[in-house]
Design a protein. Structure first.
Ligand code: ARG
Length: 273
C-alpha cells in the first residue's frame, strides 16, 4: 500500500513534470532567428553611459533611449542583450578584438568608421552640435572657440567639429574620455566651452537649470548626423537588426520609446529616407 502510494506519487510528479516541460516548450514560441527563449543567443554590447538621454546610469541601472531601443530590437530579432557600461574607447576596442558584438552609444555613422565597423540603418537623426558655455564667457558662433579653452569627448564627432574650427590637436582643446568628464570640466571652469551633440547638450541644460550654462548653435559649420548601431565588420547580426528596426518603425514601438525619451513624435519619414 505504502509503496504503491509512493510510486503513484512519483508517477504523478513525473508526469506533471513532463506536462510542465511540454507546456514550457509550447509557450516558448520560437523567435525570428529560430531559437526559443531558453537558448536565445546573448549578444554582448558596450556603451559609454554618460550621454543622456541616449545612455545613462539611473539608480545603478543602465537606461536611456538607446538602451531601451536595443533591448526592444533584441526582443524582436530573438536575441538576448547583455549591455555593459564599457566606456567609449573600450567599446570600440571590444568590437575590434571581437569581444563585443555591438556598440550602442549614439554613434554617428561616418565614412572612416565604416572602414572598421558595419552599421545598422540610421535609427536617429541628430541636428549637429551645440556649443555650451558658462554665462561668464561670451560666444556668438563657432569662430569664438579659437580664443577659448574648449572641452570635447575624445574620439567623437564633437571633437572633430571643434577641431574643424580651431585646428587639429590645437593647444586650447582638452579631450576627455567620457561625455560626463567633459561636462564636469565645463561646470568646474577647467574649460570655457564644450562642443557636443545637440540632443545631449539640450538634455544637459534641461537637467541642470541652475548651472548657468548657455548654448549657441552654428548651423553653417555643424551639420546633422545619423546614429547607427555598430557591429563588427562582416557581422551576421546587422541584417536581423535592420529588419527589426524597420518592424519597430512600422509597429509603433520605436515611436513609443522615442516619445518617452524626447517628449515628441519622431520624424520617421526623414529617418527612413
Ligand atoms: N555622436 C557622436 C559620435 O559618434 C558622439 C557619441 C558619444 N557617445 C557617448 N555615449 N558618449 O562621435
Amino acid at each position: 500500500m505504502k509503496i504503491s502510494f509512493k510510486k503513484s506519487l512519483f508517477a504523478l510528479a513525473a508526469s506533471s513534470a513532463l506536462l510542465l516541460a511540454a507546456c514550457g516548450t509550447s509557450q516558448n514560441d520560437s523567435n525570428k532567428n529560430g531559437s526559443n527563449d531558453n537558448q536565445k543567443k546573448v549578444l554582448h554590447v558596450g556603451t559609454e553611459a554618460t550621454f543622456p538621454p541616449f545612455e545613462l546610469v539611473d539608480k545603478g541601472e543602465l537606461t536611456g533611449f538607446d538602451v531601451e531601443l536595443l533591448k526592444a530590437l533584441g526582443e524582436e530579432a530573438g536575441y538576448g542583450i547583455d549591455i555593459k557600461n564599457t566606456g567609449w574607447d573600450s567599446m570600440l576596442a571590444g568590437l575590434d578584438s571581437k569581444d563585443l558584438d555591438i556598440g550602442m552609444s549614439g554613434i554617428t555613422i561616418k565614412k572612416d568608421r565604416l572602414d572598421s565597423y558595419d552599421f545598422s540603418i540610421p535609427y536617429y537623426e541628430s541636428e549637429g552640435f551645440l556649443i555650451l558655455f558658462k554665462d561668464n564667457v561670451d560666444i556668438k558662433n563657432a569662430e569664438d572657440l579659437k580664443n577659448l579653452k574648449v572641452g570635447v569627448q575624445n574620439g567623437t564627432t564633437g571633437a572633430e567639429a571643434a577641431e574643424s574650427v580651431v585646428g587639429k590637436n590645437a593647444k586650447n582643446i582638452s579631450k576627455y574620455e567620457s561625455s560626463g568628464l567633459m561636462f564636469q570640466a565645463l561646470l568646474s571652469g577647467s574649460v570655457d566651452a564644450a562642443v557636443t551633440d545637440k540632443p545631449v547638450a539640450e538634455e544637459y541644460i534641461k537637467q541642470n537649470p541652475d548651472s548657468n550654462i548657455q548654448s549657441v548653435e552654428d548651423k553653417e559649420r555643424f551639420k546633422p548626423e545619423y546614429y547607427g548601431i555598430a557591429f563588427q565588420k562582416g557581422s551576421p547580426y546587422k541584417e536581423d537588426f535592420d529588419k527589426a528596426l524597420i518592424t519597430l518603425f512600422d509597429n509603433g514601438k520605436y515611436t513609443e520609446i522615442y516619445k518617452k525619451w524626447f517628449n515628441e513624435d519622431p520624424d520617421l519619414e526623414s529617418l527612413k529616407n
